[in-house]
Design a binder for this molecule. Structure first.
Ligand code: GUE
Length: 357
């Protein structure tokens, strides 16, 4: 792919003429700002109710183990947010703090132990790890039945094949937010995703363009363009101007200006960058979208902070409970390591059957 290439996924709901991409969703004067904190609270309350019912039926509490690189203060604070949410919903949460002394093999060994543990339902590898760690190699060690953050190659493959395993939580959060917008038919509309990261931009685009149901996750059937750092700015503006749904996950504060946004569009800001406030010296979170200006044009908009971030944590809690329920009804973990390959194969079949039935 050269620098001018944009991956555009077209399908039978794609309008024939490129110029007809730009039909407005509908016209409303005032923009609705979707409050991620309220969505988060609603999701947590629902998960808490389900966890309570699950435990009342005699099951043990769901359990999440998060591995995080101890050097990164942002990672530590995100993991703490997850731990607090887990406590609220009644999910047990352990944190394994990795040090720079852990090489990939050490981390993989820890993960393999967790894969085998009957008391662990979900394993989360908080990214980034240390610079010397190979993130994909480490994420791939997580067994797909416990991959509640959907970061392994196996989970990504399942996502592409419309199988209902675990999708990355940020993509689920974007999906959940769009799904909560009532009265808008997204089928055949044009979605633009800015950013192609394997755990954020790419899985978001997978969910937006796809058609089949993935368990409780339906695809949106949108014509979906993926723009990235090599997309020329003129082309980026043109694409965005025709987007009915614009999702920015670039991590570039102020990237999306109001003149790039179509009137009546749905704009979801996934970018979250820590910046220092020049006046106070305090740390602030900045999204990719010029919120104040875009609000004058968009029909629905999320903010940063208070948008996609908290919903991501809600989706993680949902996934841990889902994993706990699957583990209780399929024999999957606690197999000796030397039998790993064989068990992977049969477990996969057991899980596929369980989920597809
Ligand atoms: N394997 C993996 N999975 C992740 O899901 C993952 C990750 N690695 N690495 C880091 C990013 C970042 N992330 C956020 C979670 C919550 C908020 C969140 O709740 N933010 C609040 C503000 C937070 C605060 O005030 O401290 C908000 O946007 O309103 C933000 C960002 C998950 N991540």
């Amino acid at each position: 792919m050269n620098g001018n290439t944009i991956l555009q996924v077209c399908h039978r709901f794609t309008p024939r003429l490129r110029s007809s991409f730009g039909h407005t969703v509908s016209c409303r004067k005032k923009c609705t700002v979707i409050d991620g904190k309220i969505v988060f609270e609603n999701v947590l309350n629902a998960v808490k109710k389900d966890v309570d019912a699950w435990v009342e039926q005699g099951n043990r509490r769901p359990c999440l183990t998060a591995l995080t690189a101890g050097y990164d203060p942002s990672s530590m604070s995100y993991v703490k947010i997850k731990k607090k949410a887990a406590k609220f919903v009644g999910i047990h949460c352990d944190i394994v703090e990795l040090t720079s002394g852990h090489n990939d093999d050490d981390i993989i060994r820890i993960i393999q132990r967790l894969n085998k543990s009957e008391s662990v339902d979900g394993i989360l590898v908080q990214l980034p790890l240390y610079p010397h760690n190979k993130e994909l190699v480490v994420c791939d060690a997580v067994h797909h039945s416990k991959d509640v953050d959907g970061t392994s190659s196996s989970s990504m493959g399942n996502l592409c094949n419309n199988k209902d395993f675990f999708a990355p939580c940020t993509s689920l959060a974007v999906h959940y937010i769009l799904d909560s917008i009532r009265g808008v038919d997204f089928c055949g509309k044009h979605a633009v995703v800015i950013g192609r990261s394997k755990h954020v931009g790419l899985p978001i685009a997978m969910l937006l363009h796809s058609s089949e149901r993935k368990g409780d996750i339906r695809g949106f059937n949108m014509t979906t363009s993926i723009a990235h750092r090599h997309t020329p700015s003129k082309l980026l503006s043109e694409l965005c101007e025709s987007a009915d749904v614009l999702v920015s996950a670039a991590g570039v504060p102020g990237l999306v200006k109001s003149d790039m946004v179509k009137a009546g569009a749905v704009v979801i800001d996934v970018g979250i960058t820590k910046v220092e406030d020049p006046k106070t010296g305090k740390c602030l979170f900045k999204g990719d979208v010029d919120f104040a200006e875009v609000k004058k044009k968009a029909m629905y908009l999320t903010s940063v902070p208070g948008g996609v971030g908290p919903v991501t944590v809600g989706m993680l809690m949902k996934n841990v409970l889902k994993a706990a329920k699957l583990h209780a009804t399929t024999r999957d973990v606690a197999t000796p390591l030397d039998d790993q390959e064989q068990s992977d194969k049969s477990n996969y079949t057991a899980f596929s059957n369980k989920i597809e039935n």
